[in-house]
Design a protein around this ligand. Structure first.
Ligand code: TYD
Length: 246
């Protein structure tokens, strides 16, 4: 008979395990290295993420903030999810093919891509005291895979337990219909539009429901300059970085 394990730990690991299966080897040591402030030895850089619906203008805002941070002398690492590594390539390929994976498997693909991203890029940059700016991070999984019917609160809890908590998430808020109009104007295909709109509405509802102190909501229906102005104001106030006026 196997030896009994302490109940508390077993239960804690099981919550995440069914939603976000951990890599089998050395998760604890990896976590100790990348996770948690206060426990980690300084210096620790800062982690900023942009989140929002497709069509929220995220890419434009990421590029504008990277320029503003660099002009202010910050040592910025700009990155994105899905990543440019093999995990991200696999996800993009799947999206291009139009094939829909079962929700649990889709979740696993995004989490595995993030695990590699944190290990190879985010954690080393933070440990070197740099400012990491990522276009999407774990709130995308919470909202998008949550919108496929998975328990978004459990995804959030598992993500916070495994990955570095961001210092700031700039959540670009836009109505789902408006976001879809922008996506269509870029020339994306029309097929499955109704289904997509319904799904984007569910994603938007989860983004609205998530409540964390590190989230800053930015109204994103205005001009790119106006949105950038709000982003700059937030980064100044939250991170104390002296950015030039937008
Ligand atoms: P997107 O930021 O649009 O990347 P790109 O501009 O390179 O195509 O992200 C691609 C899609 O992936 C987008 O619809 C959101 C989705 N996504 C998830 O469903 N879960 C996740 O965890 C992440 C990071 C993205």
């Amino acid at each position: 008979m196997p030896a009994a394990r302490p109940r508390g730990r077993r239960r804690k690991r099981r919550i995440g395990a069914h939603l976000v299966a951990r890599a089998p080897a050395a998760p604890r040591r990896a976590r100790a290295r990348v996770h948690g402030r206060g426990v980690n030895a300084p210096p620790r850089g800062r982690l900023v993420a942009f989140e929002g619906l497709d069509g929220s203008g995220k890419s434009t805002q990421v590029a504008a903030l990277v320029r503003a941070l660099a002009a202010a002398g910050e040592d910025v690492v700009a990155t994105r999810e899905p990543t440019d590594g093999p995990g991200g390539a696999r996800i993009r390929e799947m999206a291009r093919s139009g094939r829909l994976l079962p929700a649990e498997e889709e979740l696993r693909w995004f989490v595995e891509d993030r695990r590699a991203h944190v290990r190879e890029r985010i954690a080393p940059a933070l440990a070197a005291g740099r400012l990491v700016l990522t276009d999407r991070y774990f709130l995308s999984t919470v909202a998008y895979q949550g919108a496929r019917g998975l328990d978004w609160r459990a995804i959030l809890a598992a993500s916070e337990a495994e990955f570095p908590i961001p210092d700031l998430v700039l959540l670009l808020e836009i109505d789902a219909t408006r976001a879809l109009e922008r996506v269509r104007a870029r020339g994306a295909g029309l097929e499955g539009v109704f289904e997509r709109e319904e799904r984007l509405r569910r994603v938007a509802a989860i983004f609205r429901a998530v409540d964390r102190p590190w989230i800053e909501r930015i109204p994103a229906e205005g001009s790119p300059d106006a949105v950038h102005g709000a982003v700059v104001a937030s980064v100044r106030a939250r991170l104390g970085i002296a950015l030039a006026d937008a």
